[in-house]
Design a binder for this molecule. Structure first.
Ligand SMILES: N[C@@H](CCC(=O)N[C@@H](CS)C(=O)NCC(=O)O)C(=O)O
Length: 223
């Protein structure tokens, strides 16, 4: 299998966690932002990574979107399962997965790039890094007002996910699509001191899930 990705994308991390959890061998191809469209558009009709190419006869040519990649991997190789056997619990896990994907992953992106351009500029103040950060801020409309809305959403997310403080899994009694999605999509916050200090339990969980999946820890948690 080949995963088309941006090396720093938290949505691509989400796909890698699932591949790692199932111990499916794969390779990655890191695309260049901007040029990625030329490769992705003809393959999937979309412009976003991750995209998984099974590269096997009888399998689809390309699977776009991290949620579809989860579902595909579950049919490709059932064990260990990403889905919960209890149907209402699996519905709850998908609900969390979709909310994390559509709302919280975006909020993380807003707060993270705002931080990297301001308070966290010293992480990489080079011209090329700040240029990329500013292109992303312009592309997604990241302004102080939209960042405020995003950080309010993240505060709500911490309340919703606070069950992680008492139990290892967000839904049911084993790892599910909800845990992998939260671990990946909140991982960029590991570089921001406010989140590290206020929600230490979140990062303990993120580390644990990366260990279970055999995935390299995200920046900020890897020293
Ligand atoms: N819902 C999508 C979101 C993926 C996404 O936003 N990917 C970003 C990178 S983090 C991307 O490819 N952006 C490039 C673009 O939109 O052209 C998924 O889960 O796969």
């Amino acid at each position: 299998m080949l995963l088309l990705q941006f090396s720093t994308s938290h949505y691509c991390r989400k796909a890698r966690l699932a591949l790692g959890y199932k111990k499916i061998p794969y390779q990655v191809e890191n695309l260049t932002p901007g040029l990625h469209i030329l490769k992705l558009k003809p393959l999937t009709g979309l412009t976003t990574v991750p995209v998984l190419l099974p590269q096997k006869a009888g399998e689809p040519q390309a699977i776009a979107d991290s949620t579809h990649i989860f579902s595909y991997l579950e049919t490709y190789q059932k064990d260990p399962p990403l889905m919960l056997p209890n149907s209402p619990q699996q519905t709850q896990a998908w609900l969390l997965e979709d909310w994390l994907d559509e709302s919280i992953g975006t909020a993380t992106r807003f707060v993270y790039y705002h931080f990297r351009a301001g308070e966290g500029k010293s992480i990489n103040p080079s011209f090329s890094s700040q240029l990329v950060i500013n292109v992303v801020r312009r592309q997604y409309g990241i302004t102080p007002a939209t960042v405020q809305l995003a950080s309010d959403r993240l505060k709500t997310a911490m309340d919703v996910l606070s069950s992680w403080q008492k139990q290892p899994y967000l839904v049911g009694d084993r790892l599910s699509v909800a845990d992998l999605t939260a671990a990946a999509l909140l991982s960029p916050l590991a570089l921001i001191p406010h989140y590290r200090q206020t929600y230490p339990w979140l990062f303990e969980r993120i580390v644990k899930i990366h260990e279970i999946c055999g995935e390299k820890l995200p920046p900020g948690l890897n020293e």
